[in-house]
Design a protein around this ligand. Structure first.
Ligand SMILES: Cc1ncc(COP(=O)(O)O)c(C=O)c1O
Length: 437
């Protein structure tokens, strides 16, 4: 894919040397809203959702796409995906709460937590949310909660750890014997037997092997192992699964030389083996589910920033911007690459190599290492791309810097979907004991 096309798939293009996003001049956005600011293009989210839905439905009609809310839990994004017909995957009570506030009905939510507390279970059961258990030991406590609340036990699911994982960084690989998630094959039969004996009537099964997988072949071994576990459960316990969920993890091209995930490969290595399993067993009433987060929202958003300091220490050039790892932590946490481009394209002048650094008082606060860009000046603006997933949701007020605003662009209209925090927000939740007043 050439560079212009790579930008275009993310809603970006240069017009008269100015960067436009979702049809809006980024310089005008900055003039109106300031920096740093997260800017989201609604249509990209809709396009990504539709492309996956179309793929799944072409191969197998009974499918649900559960958006992984952890990637970005902004109410407006949830409403966009809800209006497309998406379902949702939540990892916490907080995410469920936000989904319910966004008007999402409880039967569209799966609660894939881990290290669940009794309070988590109580919240889920009270709100009629399907719980996807992460350990056999949790079953007993969940049953007690159902009984205490006098609720009928309907559907239960377990997260399987198929032992083969993948991901863009070791922290995002979520399967393997030494990884905390899910239950291993040896315990799967016991888990479902106990669930049956406890009175659950319907069953689902789930896996999620990792995040940021750009080569669909990486799914092949885990899928094969997972399918063998599903078959074993069907044969041993005669379980009629209501759904089979094979998780998220679909990657996006963060680098200009990366090709997007090949959806026909995803179909071949992930979707088809399940469809084959279901059609062979005459089980076409089973729903297949996937749980993408990043794929649906990462490319929908850019982070606009301003350069405040150009420093040449005689050894290295630094471009200091007003967004740091408090605003976007992925580069520091996962050594992730985010492409960074100027809002104002300079065609003339020399290229220099910059470390693009934030204002946080730590030397690890580098958002882009050794980036070659045409000479940058103080007050120039930069766009950090692909920040819609694990961007704002992982931001913090570290160094007591308030979090930025978020805006949404849809068909020539611009909406503020979260206002920037203020200095007051930094102390609003705090209480000072009497003797210190
Ligand atoms: C259980 C579960 N499902 C889905 C996802 C979404 O992953 P991704 O954003 O890579 O699609 C995650 C993320 O780690 C997850 O833990």
């Amino acid at each position: 894919m050439n560079y212009a096309d790579w930008l275009k798939r993310k809603g970006l293009e240069y017009k008269d040397k100015v960067l436009y996003f979702a049809g809006q001049s980024t310089l005008n956005l900055i003039k109106t809203y300031g920096t740093p600011i997260y800017v989201t293009n609604e249509q990209i989210i809709r396009e990504r959702y539709r492309s996956l839905k179309e793929l799944l439905s072409r191969v197998y009609m009974k499918n649900d796409i559960h958006y992984a809310v952890k990637a970005n839990s902004n109410l407006s994004l949830l409403k966009i995906l809800n209006s497309e017909g998406a379902s949702f995957d939540c990892t916490s009570r907080g995410e469920i709460y936000i989904c319910l506030k966004a008007g999402i009905s409880s039967d569209k939510i799966i609660y894939t937590g881990n290290m669940f507390t009794d309070e988590d279970f109580t919240f889920a059961v009270k709100n009629n949310i399907l719980v996807n258990l992460d350990s056999v030991s949790q079953l007993k406590r969940l049953v007690l909660v159902y009984d205490r609340l006098g609720k009928e036990k309907e559907t239960i699911s377990f997260r399987i750890n198929p032992e083969f994982g993948a991901g863009h960084h070791k922290h995002t690989v979520t399967a393997g014997k030494d990884i905390k998630f899910g239950i291993l094959e040896e315990q799967a039969v016991e888990a479902y037997r106990k669930a049956k004996e406890s009175g659950f009537k319907r069953f689902g099964i789930h896996q999620h092997i990792g995040s940021g997988i750009i080569n669909a072949l990486d799914f092949a071994n885990p899928v094969e192992k997972y399918i063998s576990i599903v078959k074993k459960l069907i044969e041993t316990l005669d379980i009629e699964f209501e759904f089979i969920d094979f998780g998220g993890g679909l990657g996006i091209p963060y680098r200009p030389d990366e090709e997007p995930l090949d959806l026909s490969d995803y179909e071949k290595y992930v979707v088809e083996p399940f469809v084959e399993l279901l059609s062979k067993g005459g089980r076409s009433n089973i729903t297949i589910k996937i749980e993408p987060g990043r794929f649906l929202v990462a490319e929908s958003t850019i982070l606009l920033t301003q350069i405040n300091t150009i420093k040449n220490n005689g050894f290295k050039l630094f471009a200091g911007i007003d967004a740091g790892f408090n605003t976007l932590i992925r580069p520091v946490l996962y050594n992730s690459y985010h492409h960074i481009i100027p809002c104002d394209l300079k065609e003339k002048g020399n290229e220099f190599e910059y470390d693009i650094v934030g204002p946080i008082c730590e030397s690890g606060d580098v958002l882009g290492k050794e980036r070659k860009l045409k000479e940058l000046k103080e007050k120039d603006n930069l766009a950090i791309l692909d920040t819609g997933a694990y961007g704002y949701v992982m931001s913090s007020p570290y160094n007591s810097r308030p979090r930025p605003a978020e805006i949404l662009i849809n068909e020539n209209s611009i909406y503020e979907i979260r206002h920037a925090e203020t200095l007051e927000d930094l102390i609003n939740a705090q209480k000072v004991p009497e003797h210190l007043k």
